[in-house]
Design a binder for this molecule. Structure first.
Ligand code: PMP
Length: 418
């Protein structure tokens, strides 16, 4: 439980007193944020993009800024075909669907994007949700029911944890990326009940990848089904860009793959694909699929076009990996502590000593014209403060050089490196 939650509990439930104000539980959070602002820094969580010029450049506080903290891995947001598909759908189908997929909210392009997903993944089933968050919420809570088990990595994304909370299955956590711990915990469970092991291809905070091959093998040994969230790998891992599971040769061994349109695809939405012959039944039972409006036609049209282009984006994939290697190598050489020893993904996380140093670095970078993600507990593992860099296929080598120079200057000025 967070410190804020504990404080609230200690004062709860005195009718009529100021403490009965439900909002008083947030006082410690408000005070912490105020103390940060009083120290004279820009709030890292209130950035406004005043203008977006390309997948890698925006105007922030009137200043041209290189974007190194978006999930626009493949740079599809300004692709002319993608943008045109959205405009055409707006003209032909209007701005929204006004209803659930189950009722009036399935338009031509919802069917089109689901077919594009089947083609992209080479799987027989695809279901689109309104966000990736809702895909995890819906799939996990619907697949694993009362008396069954969800087994998840301790560093799982919030949407995976929330999917567990939304359902009625028993939850078992294993140590991050530990095949041994997964094996041990699965071994302690009763044999009969259904089990769902939930993994991620790339873990988004440190940018490290899962040993999926070994984990899937252990899961199958214990009779568990496997769901892999490939949010941060779609488009550039594996020969067809399907994700880490494809890269590790597990094409027919993963039962469900969850993904999002908000990263490499360049719009918004979520999905699950599967070869399970009964997969379509999810649509009949999954509350986060049924009880919400479907995505606007322009969004699904852009997603469909983008996914079809990603199937052939070999050059972009190569450029993204070049950029990741160049940034990782450069930062490492300067003496920064990084989330991974080698450039394992398109995320390069710089680990800093504490909040003060992280905020000072973040601000120095922003003032020099570079935006990166500031990440802090509870979103980060082991209480770390991170400056998270995510690369784009459209970053030019010159931009990456510039970024490295900015890191060198900011790191030296703040004492993060010598
Ligand atoms: N899964 C993972 C691993 C994520 O990192 C995210 C978002 N950062 C999501 C799911 C949710 O995706 P969306 O933005 O589409 O809700």
């Amino acid at each position: 439980m967070t410190e804020a939650g504990q404080t609230a509990d200690a004062h709860a439930g005195q009718p009529g007193s100021a403490d009965s104000d439900l909002m008083s539980k947030f006082d410690p959070l408000i005070a912490e944020r105020q103390a940060l602002l009083d120290s004279g820094v820009t709030d890292p969580f209130s950035i406004v993009m005043e203008q977006v010029k390309s997948p890698t450049e925006a105007v922030i506080s009137g200043k041209d800024t290189i974007l190194l903290g978006t999930y626009n891995y493949m740079g599809m947001t300004f692709d002319p075909d993608v943008v045109q598909a959205g405009k055409d759908a707006l003209d032909q189908f209007g701005s929204g669907t006004n209803g659930s997929r189950m009722l009036n909210g399935t338009f031509r392009d919802h069917m089109g994007v689901e077919q594009a997903l089947r083609d992209f993944y080479g799987m027989s089933g695809a279901i689109v949700f309104s966000t990736g968050y809702m895909a995890n919420l819906g799939m996990i809570s619907t697949l694993a029911g009362k008396g069954e088990y969800v087994i998840l990595d301790a560093d799982s994304h919030a949407s995976i944890y929330d999917g567990c909370k939304q359902g009625y299955a028993d939850i078992v956590r294993f140590r991050h990326n530990s095949v041994e711990d997964l094996d041990k915990r699965l071994g302690r469970l009763p044999k009969e009940p259904g089990k769902l092991v939930v993994l991620e291809g790339v873990y988004s905070m440190l940018g490290d990848i899962a040993p999926l091959k070994e984990m899937v093998e252990v899961s199958k040994k214990h009779g568990a089904m496997v769901l892999v969230d490939e949010a941060h790998s779609m488009g550039f891992f594996g020969p067809n860009g399907r994700g880490v599971y494809e890269d590790q040769g597990l094409d027919d061994q993963v039962d469900f793959v969850v993904g999002t349109f908000s990263k490499s695809v360049g719009t918004v939405g979520g999905f699950c694909v599967s070869n399970h012959p009964k997969f379509e039944a999810i649509r009949l039972a999954c509350r986060p699929y049924i009880f919400t409006a479907s995505l606007p036609p322009s969004v699904v049209a852009t997603a469909e076009t983008s996914i079809r282009k990603l199937m052939h984006a070999h050059e972009k994939r190569a450029r993204l990996w070049d950029n990741a290697r160049k940034l990782h190598g450069g930062l490492k050489e300067m003496g920064f502590r990084l989330g991974t020893e080698t450039p394992d993904s398109a995320i390069v996380a710089v680990i800093l000593d504490d909040q003060e140093q992280a905020v000072a670095m973040w601000q120095a970078l922003l003032e020099s014209g570079l935006y990166v993600n500031m990440a802090r507990p509870p979103a980060t593992p082991a209480g770390t403060y991170l400056l998270r860099c995510s690369l784009c296929a459209e970053h030019s080598p010159e931009q990456v050089d510039k970024v490295l120079a900015m890191f060198k200057a900011a790191g030296t000025a703040t004492g993060a490196i010598r």
